[in-house]
Design a protein around this ligand. Sequence first.
Ligand code: ZN
Ligand code: ZN
Length: 153
Amino acid sequence: MASYFDEHNCEPLENGEQPNHLLDLARLLLDSGIGAEFELEFERIFGHVDGRKQPPAAKHIIENLPSINNFKSDEKCSICLKEFELNSTTELPCHHKFCKNCIIQWLNLVNSCPMCRIELPTDDKDYEQYKKQKERTKTRQLELDDLHNSMFS
Ligand SMILES: [Zn+2]
Ligand SMILES: [Zn+2]
């Protein structure tokens, strides 16, 4: 199987060098005319909503992406807009499908689906902790809302 770098005709970067894939990807998406949907996502990532930058998805998730072949013949990858090919297509838990190459590149930067933003587990302990905390705050807010509703309705 040809590697990502072979197919894209570019040199792998040296260790330690920081490529700005996200910006490249952003430009690519904006140029390809499906920017609006993605712009929000980039704003969220670059804008560090909640003061947190999203970490990449956990390595074991990226390494164990399933191969799927149950796509329609005209279904396209939302990242590169090419039709899916056998044995190089995968699906996230949210059932959004992507070329493996595309989504691997994406998940190495950010742990959420580019289409629906569902978050995948990360290897970042701090971030996981933060996510749990956020979840707890949300639950508490819901409980308060319930309480409020039951008292005033
Ligand atoms: Zn693709
Ligand atoms: Zn999704």
